[in-house]
Design a protein around this ligand. Structure first.
Ligand code: G
Ligand code: G
Ligand code: MN
Ligand code: NA
Length: 256
């Protein structure tokens, strides 16, 4: 069986499923949202890393089916987290692959799924890497504008690695499209390094200039958390704040 055949079957059988990693307020530790991350356990291959199967799926329209499946499962789980119990909603972030930016139906797919499941569209965030926007900038811009117009929060993921382009971010911010930036974990990996604090501050100031939210990724230790707080970050994600977990555990972790 070729890998893509295996993957196609797995998507159809719902053998791919989301896990959820919390995003927390660094000041009071409350969960402000979750990022949905796809997982695949194949009976023969075992756990296949998402970077591997996303790369395969992205070579064909299979990525659209994969996305639809992960999105639907994520929305169905997330909607029970606050519709079935009172309390504030939480944001749900999903990752968008580069190829999907060429799909003119992307926004419709998300809005239709959210409406059908009863999940507020305004609590959905779409994460894209800067590199994903490079293929066809104009189409990417239009897709992101449509998502933003529909109420979906457009976030730039893995900020600072790949093909970073501040001009592109500025365009998105000027057009009112940019909801937030997720700073790649490598920027906090070495908290004792003086450049770390300087760069983290620079990024935070940049996000303020853009009127965008900023999330620091890769909080793995107390020291990371301290540095992030000191540099004025309000939101963070990382193993120290919570690993990606299955839907029932994610639900149980939410404070009422
Ligand atoms: O889940 P993990 O932390 O191992 O993620 C590895 C990479 O795979 C990350 O870059 C993440 O954004 C990506 N990824 C995980 N789930 C999805 C998904 O559903 N869609 C896309 N496009 N990328 C995903
Ligand atoms: O590229 P993106 O940011 O979407 O992917 C998130 C990836 O980072 C996932 O693979 C997730 O499991 C991983 N991750 C989340 N928190 C941490 C962390 O604190 N340290 C490391 N090394 N990886 C993390
Ligand atoms: Mn992400
Ligand atoms: Na990231």
């Amino acid at each position: 069986l070729t890998m893509i055949t295996r993957l196609r079957r797995a998507v159809a059988d719902e053998a791919l499923y989301p896990v959820f990693q919390p995003v927390r307020d660094l000041n009071d530790n409350r969960i402000t949202g979750f990022e949905a991350l796809a997982r695949w356990h194949d009976p023969e291959l075992g756990q296949v890393p998402p970077t591997d199967f996303i790369a395969i799926a992205e070579r064909s329209p299979l990525i659209d089916d994969l996305f639809d499946s992960i999105l639907r499962q994520s929305l169905e789980a997330a909607v029970t987290w606050y519709v079935e119990r009172d309390g504030p909603g939480r944001q749900l972030a999903v990752n968008i692959a580069a190829r999907q930016l060429r799909d003119p139906q992307l926004t419709d797919r998300i809005v239709t799924a959210a409406d059908r499941i009863g999940h507020p569209i305004g609590l959905i965030c779409a994460e894209l890497t800067e590199t994903a926007m490079m293929d066809d900038e104009e189409t990417a811009h239009q897709t992101l504008a449509a998502m933003s117009e529909a109420g979906i929060g457009v976030y730039i993921d893995d900020f600072g690695v790949g093909y970073s382009n501040v001009a592109r971010l500025t365009d998105l911010a000027s057009a009112g499209i940019l909801a937030g930036i997720k700073v790649d974990r490598r920027f906090i990996a070495d908290p004792a390094e003086p450049r770390t604090t300087a760069l983290l501050q620079l990024f935070r100031h940049m996000s303020e200039t853009f009127g965008a939210e900023i999330v620091i990724e890769g909080i793995e230790t107390d020291e990371h958390l301290e540095v992030a707080r000191r540099m004025g970050y309000r939101l963070g994600q990382g193993w120290h704040l919570g690993r990606p977990v299955a839907a029932d555990l994610a639900r149980a972790s939410i404070e009422t």
